[in-house]
Design a protein around this ligand. Structure first.
Ligand SMILES: [Zn+2]
Length: 343
């Protein structure tokens, strides 16, 4: 049993239950897959290396095969994928990290041809937002999930449904210009939000080439590296602004920070909540929007993207009992909780 299946409630022998849905989250380096039963139980979960370019479809099928589950009763497959997703045609294009250029890749059709079930695509961050809603806060009227990875993007769930906006770009906050004189961005503009608070921005500003830049930065800051601390402080200051925009613009009652940087947990969350709390103490308006205890870091062990992708294909998803209370706590209130739900 994988850690994710454990956290999501795979707590009894369930070989007799058939897989009805698959949820797949194709990331830049890894692909997460979950198998869901008709009652929403997570029957299996797994992870495989993503194969870019022409390897995308075969790599996705290999990740599914590695789950080693019967798919005879499969009714739906949801796939969360970065890049420009066309839900109507089931194609994806312009995903730099996946080696996809301008030509649309018919991902949905090719997977459907092999599995014989309905396949739907969704933008990866939007799928993760839906996963966060179903698993962490199904009661939330408006949930915003922010993927802080190589880039920055938000997925918005309103009344339980993904909000895509008129052009399908709702939540693409990474390219909002916050400093017109700032660093050049890959999109062609200057000073976009993701030139400040993404994992790649941290790496560039710090000048240290490490895989998990956010984690390394937090470790260095905690060890007394003042330059690392300065960059971390600046990231938190901009996250604070971002949380305010999202809270006011969407009327969010829960904001979840995910992606490599967002999963950092306390080094981000403690100072961020401190800023939010301080402002709420001074401003009646700030006190009425999303509370500091409703800003969470995504639990690293739960494949929210894959679970959310299954939900995009209409799979019922079970929430984790009591998780909101735990995520709301600061580090001092989490003693004795399983590591999987500590943020
Ligand atoms: Zn940009």
């Amino acid at each position: 049993m994988t850690a994710a299946a454990q956290v999501l409630g795979l707590d009894r022998a369930s070989d007799h239950l058939a897989v009805r849905w698959l949820g797949i989250d194709i990331g830049g380096t890894t692909t997460d897959v979950v198998a869901i039963a008709s009652d929403g139980e997570v029957l299996a979960s797994g992870q495989a290396a993503t194969r870019p370019g022409a390897g995308l479809v075969p790599g996705t099928l290999e990740a599914i095969a590695a789950l080693d589950v019967e798919l005879d009763a499969l009714v739906g497959v949801g796939i969360g994928v970065p890049g420009q997703v066309d839900r109507e045609t089931g194609t994806v294009r312009l995903a730099v990290n996946l080696g996809l250029g301008a030509a649309p890749v018919p991902l949905a059709r090719e997977v459907k041809d092999v599995l014989g079930a309905r396949v739907v695509l969704e933008n990866d961050v939007r799928a993760a937002a839906l996963g966060a809603h179903r698993v962490l806060a199904p009661e939330a009227e408006v949930l915003v999930f922010v993927g802080l990875g190589t880039g920055v993007a938000a997925g918005v769930v309103i009344d339980g449904r993904p909000h895509r906006g008129a052009h399908g770009l709702a939540g693409e906050i990474g390219h909002v210009v916050i400093d017109p004189d700032g660093e050049p961005c890959g999109c062609g503009a200057q000073g976009c939000l993701e030139t400040v608070i993404s994992g790649s921005a941290v790496r560039r500003r710090w000048g240290v080439e490490v895989a998990a830049a956010g984690h390394a930065l937090a470790v260095a800051a905690a060890a007394g590296d003042t330059r690392a601390q300065g960059i971390l402080d600046d990231v938190v200051a901009h996250l604070d602004l971002m949380v305010q925009w999202l809270a006011h613009t969407y009327g969010a009652d829960v904001i979840v920070l995910g992606g490599g940087l967002g999963r950092l947990g306390d080094p981000l969350l403690v100072p961020l909540r401190h800023r939010l709390r301080e402002r709420a103490g001074r401003s009646d308006v700030a006190a009425r929007v999303v509370g500091p205890e409703r800003v969470w870091c995504a639990p690293a062990e739960i494949p929210l993207g894959a679970v959310g992708a299954a939900a995009v294909a209409d799979a019922p998803i079970r929430p984790i009992e009591g998780v909101a209370i735990r995520l709301a706590r600061g580090p001092e209130g989490r003693d004795g909780l399983p590591a999987s739900i500590k943020t």
